[in-house]
Design a binder for this molecule. Structure first.
Ligand code: NAP
Length: 289
């Protein structure tokens, strides 16, 4: 179905806008003799992880950030991975560290995420950064939720006073999304798998963010006329085709603004990873703005 272009939030256009601004920031840093650098750790041979890592390195290259890949074999132990993180934490030429998830099952994922220095935690997974976010003092921001906030800003949407309903309460998306909307003065409701009468709540939403991980879960009857619908989902439909958590064709006619999948929130996540890398670099070099 053809959806009016002005309703569709174009994540690629907003990504390009931000990457151009970030590239200018990199130029300014380099002019001061500072080369921002991101360490990317990947353990094992997971093909999806390889694609994500390549995309992250490509984004670095695009804006002039140096990326350093550490590809470790599947049988790497937790201790070996922690030792690498210790070395990268101590390396002043590295500003950001990310470890591509999931790590193999035998590795203690929490220990890994908590070992990354909060100052270099560009995924904003460290409990210190989660805490700083919740008290409104974060420098590094959760990438996907921050990407959503930047999309709203680009579209001129101010969530203040809106009833925002977040579907999903994961540590990566749902919870930090709710926190950022709250900080933006929205009234926020978080729903999850134990929520009763879900549709009655989602129908109250002025802004609905879906982060459920279930293809086309949000149907037209769950959405209020004129609502803004943000689809974080990256799912596969019955034919194996990439789709979101929202039944786009059915919901779009009711929405005032809506993100497609692909081409919506997805491109913003890596963009915010770049934003965090520069924020970490500036903080480590005592640069305030
Ligand atoms: P997750 O950790 O699996 O969390 C899913 C959340 O949805 C949970 O809080 C779960 O509730 C809730 N849920 C599941 N079934 C539900 C139901 N029937 N009714 C109401 N709530 C339900 O997933 P995630 O990591 O947040 O990711 C969500 C989606 O976003 C996935 O499709 C993922 O691929 C995508 N994603 C995209 C990006 C991007 O860059 N665009 C980044 C991250 C994730 P409980 O807590 O009660 O189990």
């Amino acid at each position: 179905m053809e959806i009016a272009a002005e309703k569709r939030i174009d994540g690629k256009q907003i990504r390009d806008h931000h990457l151009a601004l970030l590239a200018q920031e990199v130029d300014l840093l380099k002019a001061r003799g500072i080369e921002p650098a991101l360490a990317v750790i990947i353990v094992g041979q997971d093909p999806a992880s390889r694609v994500y890592v390549n995309n992250k390195k490509a984004a670095c290259a695009k804006i002039g950030v140096r990326s350093a890949e550490y590809a470790l074999p599947e049988e790497t132990t937790t201790e070996e991975l922690l030792a690498l993180i210790d070395r990268l934490n101590a390396d002043a030429s590295i500003n950001g560290i990310l470890c591509q998830l999931p790590v193999p099952a035998h590795i203690d994922e929490s220990a890994v995420l908590e070992r990354i220095s909060p100052a270099k935690d560009v995924d904003c997974f460290h409990p210190v950064n989660v805490g700083l976010l919740s008290v409104g003092k974060g420098n590094l921001m959760p990438c996907t939720p921050m990407g959503v906030m930047q999309m709203l800003k680009y579209e001129g949407v101010d969530p203040a006073g809106m009833h925002c309903v977040v579907l999903g309460r994961s540590n990566i998306v749902g919870k930090p999304m709710a926190m950022l909307l709250l900080a933006a003065n929205a009234t926020v409701t978080i729903c999850h798998s134990r929520t009763k009468d879900l549709a009655a709540i989602t129908r109250q939403a002025d802004l609905l963010v879906a982060a459920v991980g279930k293809p086309k879960f949000v149907t037209a009857d769950m959405v209020k006329d004129g609502a803004i619908v943000i689809d974080v989902g990256m799912d596969r439909d019955e034919n194996g085709k990439l789709c979101g958590d929202v039944d786009f064709d059915a919901v779009a006619p009711k929405a005032s603004l809506i993100t497609p999948v692909p081409g919506g929130v997805g491109p913003m996540t890596i963009t915010m990873l770049m934003r965090n890398t520069l924020a970490a670099c500036k903080a480590q070099n005592g640069i305030k703005e």
